[in-house]
Design a protein around this ligand. Structure first.
Ligand code: F0G
Length: 360
């Protein structure tokens, strides 16, 4: 049974006897070896850390469980966050389960449908603002100064403390830190959390080395790459449509300390990686998650060598959350037929002809 990250990694987390060990079964997510990406990168050891396997379908649950446990410990009356969708889905689920009223501020028209439904079904109070994520985060920051609600964005240090457990799991599974960790960057909390986890586990003697950290922003929302704020961030990857990341400074520190990079990938590269993931790896991730795959493909095409290295690519969220994008792309036609055997068989034969499936 999965008892969650507080139980599994409690001795590496800032919890005490008064902290409730709560869980929705987050963490302990699969590390799956790549087939297609490994070929593209000419590298035999490429793994995906499938964070979409968390209870609400994204990595946010690892940090939310600790932020909520601490909120309960501190007798909080409710939690609040700004979100591009996944944080709000996670806050809503943990809030519902552990009895904390939850308020989420989301940018109107900029949150994927599946994520909004999650916040709705869990009963969160959803406030849609006529602005982007950056203004929502600014508003939430001001609101918590005046109202007794606990902020559960990644400015809450417990969020990052919880999220660092993903790095522990990778080392536990591989027996050593990977050579390279590739990860999408939005508000820049997750890259900060992973680095913290890798350092702490190395210092505790569980690994000898640290990875090179490679973060990828979307080109239309790449403030860290450009080294200036982006007022109107745009990208197909709504989860990372962020122009002024809260953890900006710590992300550049991670980049520099690890000898890594923070680069950007355009929407075309993101969609191409997203399709490779779905059609060649059998992994349906959300567009933002595909940024980490797209980034590696881009670097390889620019001549970077990965041969002999061990790579982990963080797949941050589940594709089902964002159903709008796939239907706007060109996918194989649906075949509509009647119910006779002949009609269905003709459709089948047409399909096998197209896809090269042989008889028997
Ligand atoms: N991938 C997904 C699926 C995300 O939802 C996010 C962030 C990121 C990557 C980037 O992570 O912000 O730690 O750099 N989503 C936030 C949200 C902003 O509100 O759900 P980050």
């Amino acid at each position: 049974m999965n008892h969650g990250v507080l139980q599994r990694y409690g001795n590496h987390l800032p919890i005490g006897t008064a902290t409730p060990i709560i869980s929705l079964g987050e963490g302990s997510t699969p590390l799956v070896r790549s087939r297609a990406l490994a070929k593209i990168l000419d590298c035999s050891e490429v793994y995906f850390k499938l964070e979409g396997s968390n209870p609400t379908g994204s990595f946010k649950d690892r940090g939310m469980v600790l932020a909520v446990a601490k909120a309960i410990e501190n007798s909080s009356t409710g939690i609040i966050c700004a979100s591009t969708g996944n944080t709000s889905a996670s806050a809503a689920a943990y809030g519902a389960r552990f009895g904390l009223p939850t308020v989420v501020l989301v940018p109107k028209g900029n949150v994927a449908e599946g994520k909004l439904i999650q916040a709705k079904v869990h009963g969160a109070n959803i406030i849609m603002i006529d602005g982007n994520f950056d203004s929502a985060l600014g508003l939430v920051n001001s609101l918590v100064e005046k109202h007794p609600l606990t902020l559960v964005n990644s400015l809450n240090p417990y969020r990052l403390e919880g999220q660092k457990t993903a790095a522990f799991e990778i080392i536990d599974e591989l027996g050593e830190a990977p050579d390279i960790l590739s990860i999408p960057v939005g508000n820049a909390g997750n890259i900060t959390a992973y680095w913290k986890g890798f350092i702490e586990y190395r210092n505790a003697g569980y690994s000898n080395s640290l990875p090179i950290m490679m973060g990828f922003q979307a080109k239309g929302a790449a403030p860290i790459v450009l080294n200036h704020r982006v007022e109107n961030p745009t990208t197909v990857a709504s989860a990372i449509r962020i122009g002024n990341p809260a953890n900006w400074d710590s992300a550049t520190k991670v980049r520099d300390e690890s000898g890594g990079i923070i680069d950007s990938v355009d929407d075309e590269e993101i969609i191409s990686a997203y399709r490779i993931m779905a059609s060649k790896e059998g992994l349906f991730c959300e567009p933002a998650s595909a940024a980490s795959v797209a980034g590696l493909i881009k670097l390889r095409s620019l001549g970077m060598q990965f041969k002999g290295k061990r790579l982990v690519c963080v797949i941050t969220g589940l594709g089902l959350k964002d159903p709008e994008l796939p239907s706007s792309l060109i996918w194989p036609d649906l075949v509509e037929v009647g119910t006779t055997f002949e009609e269905v068989e003709t459709a089948l034969l047409n399909y096998t002809l197209r896809s090269g499936v042989s008889n028997g």
